[in-house]
Design a protein. Structure first.
Length: 386
């Protein structure tokens, strides 16, 4: 007799608020469907106001189910989860959907939740860069992680770098900890868009560097502006194409600050921000770019770097531990406060005069995604039987 698929719950992550988290979900569900078909049913719980296009895209992945519920309009049950040990409305929704395992992502459902639970902690940025968080936001995250640890959750981390941080910041934790390293394989339907059409639509030159990061301060866009300023002084013309949301709930005015610097320095032609663009356009621009840039001061496991790797796109990265881990030294690196080094990398690559290239999925990517699916499967199954 074939065992029934294991059903796990995952709260919907808004692409508008956290593109990397949304892409993580979509890629995870696709990886499970492709490499472990019939073994899992991801059940995505979303609030009544969640974007229909995002949920439809997730529901299009084989085996994925979507449940809308008022219990997921914000976090109405959080106070009860903390004070009484249970978010009753969320627990009832899980019961109705016959959920076997819950994945908590930036959400706590209570230590009395009667379903085995994995706490996914993508990173510990609030501990490494506390100055980037308002005090209340920092403590909200810290209390959330501590109650998950105290509740005996299985902890799922995204990198060995995050594991080192976890051990350093929570040395007394005795939880089961799993490292699940993300890998991506964009859907074939997203690769049908002709990059030349997208480049023309956004009026970009044939050679450009791509920076697809949301405008959070830790993503370090200002360093790129500083590097472009240096190149302008050297009479080197380089174009950075950036995409991603302008919103940062921690610092709403950050995009305006960076944009005012771009205008003040006369770099409008060199730094092109496209805003939030369709995913097929993201992949088209990535595949045809000269190189991907990620200047971030902190990452749990960079989605943009992983997507660049899936196409064999050259990468220019801030020299942080997780970037070294992701690329095993196969990248150009610069210090997070070193615009001169970044400018040198951009100049050197620009002077190679390489013809524009449109890249396709690298041959070994199936192996990477299969390993990701298996690693996640192991974490969920271990939790289900614990």
């Amino acid at each position: 007799m074939t065992p029934r698929p294991l059903r796990f719950a995952f709260s919907h992550i808004s692409r508008r608020l956290w593109a990397g988290g949304y892409n993580y979900q979509r890629n995870l569900f696709a990886a499970l469907a492709q490499f472990l078909p019939g073994e899992f049913v991801p059940v995505v719980f979303a609030g009544t106001g969640a974007a229909e296009n995002e949920l439809s895209e997730l529901a299009a992945v084989p085996a994925v189910e979507v449940v809308r519920s008022e219990a997921f309009d914000g976090q109405p049950g959080l106070a009860a989860a903390l004070a009484l040990g249970l978010d009753r409305a969320a627990a009832a929704a899980f019961h109705s959907a016959r959920v076997d395992v819950v994945v908590e992502a930036a959400r706590f459902f209570g230590w009395r939740l009667p379903v085995p639970t994995v706490a996914w902690i993508p990173d510990l940025q609030h501990r490494s860069l506390p100055q980037l968080f308002p005090t209340t936001a920092r403590w909200r995250r810290e209390i959330g992680f501590r109650v998950q640890i105290a509740s005996g959750r299985t902890i799922m981390l995204s990198s060995e770098s995050a594991l080192r941080d976890f051990k350093a910041y929570y040395p007394g934790a005795r939880n089961k900890v799993c490292v699940v390293r993300f890998a991506t394989q964009p859907p074939a339907a997203f690769l049908n868009t002709d990059p030349s059409d997208v480049i023309a639509e956004y009026n970009l030159p044939a050679n450009y560097f791509y920076l697809p990061n949301q405008f959070y301060r830790h993503k370090n866009h200002q360093l790129v502006v500083d590097a472009l300023t240096i190149l302008k002084g050297r009479a080197i013309d380089v174009v950075i194409c950036a995409s991603g949301s302008k919103e940062d709930r921690r610092e709403p005015g950050y995009y305006d600050l960076v944009n005012s610097e771009i205008q003040k320095r006369g770099l409008e032609a060199q730094f092109r921000h496209l805003g939030v663009i369709p995913l097929p356009h993201v992949y088209a621009l990535l595949r045809a770019s000269t190189a991907l840039i990620n200047p971030s001061r902190f990452e749990g496991w960079s989605t943009t770097v992983e997507e660049a790797k899936s196409f064999g796109v050259p990468v220019i990265l801030s020299d942080i531990d997780v970037h070294r881990e992701q690329t095993a030294g196969a990248a150009r690196y610069f210090g997070v406060d070193d615009p001169v080094s970044l400018a040198d990398h951009l100049m050197q690559i620009s002077e190679m005069n390489s013809p524009p290239t449109v890249r396709n999925i690298v041959p070994h990517q199936d192996d990477n995604v299969r390993a990701f699916a298996r690693s996640f499967s192991d974490a969920i199954r271990q939790t289900a039987v614990s």
